[in-house]
Write a protein that binds this ligand. Structure first.
Ligand code: SIN
Length: 334
């Protein structure tokens, strides 16, 4: 256990959104996500009082499959208000694990701060046997009060690991070690409240980000389309007809598509829809002009971003420009 800190404890703003960390197990393996309040989660971990003075706010109460732009906006505003308060050392956000990587990456692009913003969740409901939520919350608070966490952007803490928002992805349906950071590896480890940090993040984020949320207009619609053998044009044309201003293709292999789907994407790009090629493989880099002539077709390569992160960046990128070359620069910078 960490030693009690000398002097007054740092203040942490704890924003809650629900998820399995606040879940209540019902019969068998069944459970209800977001059943418990943040007050109940904090009360279940009295050891938190060693680390910090915690101020809680229930921003939402949902399973993260129901995460919306409206909640993202509220979360971004509440996190920004917290970091603007010089008395607050950092922000911790409890969140469902299913879309945590998207929220974390979104916040890493719109939150202007050097202070730690840490997301955490759990794979097991709060009252399950060997629940993982209490230690994940303890570690998240420990990371958020650590000066070494400053300037590292938005972090995700789970299963004793610290991940950068840009790198982390959920890889397993149920296991505790679900979060991985792929080829860019871990931001650090958290051993029962003792954080250890490794290399800093590699791309622009938070204080160095150029993205702001448009106050009055909704974010543009961006759809993800999963490529597969025997794919035709139908889903691409349906997305454009539904008003998509951007398409992220979870392409096969190196972000590829069969001929009919490729022709539909080319037609969409010609109409001014931004088309990003990412990969459904879960790893590697999608570069420009390898098998597909991105220059000629006006496509954007996702670089290292998986489809769900590419969607977040394209959504914000489209608030700044529709020029595919300028959008490509965002994918190389963030
Ligand atoms: C959710 O994402 O809200 C449900 C799954 C989880 O939190 O692990």
């Amino acid at each position: 256990m960490p030693r009690p800190l000398a002097g007054p404890l740092p203040r942490i703003r704890l924003l809650a959104t629900g998820g399995t960390i606040a879940g209540a197990q019902t019969a068998g393996r069944g459970y209800r996500a977001a059943a418990l309040s943040i007050e109940a989660l904090v009360a279940a971990v009295p050891q938190l009082a060693i680390l910090a003075q915690i101020e809680v706010e229930q921003v939402a109460k949902l399973g993260s499959q129901d995460m919306t732009e409206a909640v993202w906006r509220k979360l971004a505003a509440r996190a920004q208000a917290a970091v603007a308060d010089p008395a607050i050392a950092g922000v911790v956000i409890t969140h469902g694990t299913d879309t945590m990587e998207e929220t974390a990456y979104f916040l890493s692009l719109v939150a202007r701060t050097e202070n730690p913003v840490v997301l955490d969740g759990a794979m097991r409901p709060a009252n399950a046997m060997s629940a993982d939520g209490p230690m994940n919350l303890f570690n998240a608070i420990a990371v958020a009060i650590t000066p070494a966490a400053r300037s590292r952007g938005v972090l995700v803490v789970a299963n004793d690991e610290i991940h950068f928002a840009r790198e982390v992805t959920k890889t397993n349906t149920t296991q505790l070690g679900t979060f991985h950071s792929g080829q860019r590896v871990l931001a650090g480890l958290a051993n029962a409240g003792r954080p250890h940090f490794y290399a800093p993040p590699v791309r622009r984020h938070t204080a160095a980000s150029e993205f702001t949320l448009p106050a009055r207009t909704a974010l543009p619609r961006v759809d993800i389309i999963f490529a597969h053998a025997g794919m035709d044009r139908a889903l691409i044309e349906a997305a454009v007809a539904a008003g998509a201003r951007g398409l992220v293709i979870a392409g096969v292999g190196d972000g590829n598509l069969g001929a009919p789907a490729l022709a539909a994407c080319a037609a969409a790009a010609k109409k001014g829809v931004a088309v990003v090629r990412s990969s459904r493989t879960g790893g590697g880099v999608v570069e420009r002009n390898i098998e597909i002539d991105d220059d000629r077709l006006g496509f954007i390569a996702a670089d290292e971003l998986n489809p769900e992160k590419a969607r977040v960046l394209l959504t914000l990128g489209l608030t700044r420009t529709r020029d595919p070359r300028a959008l490509q620069e965002f994918f190389l910078a963030y």
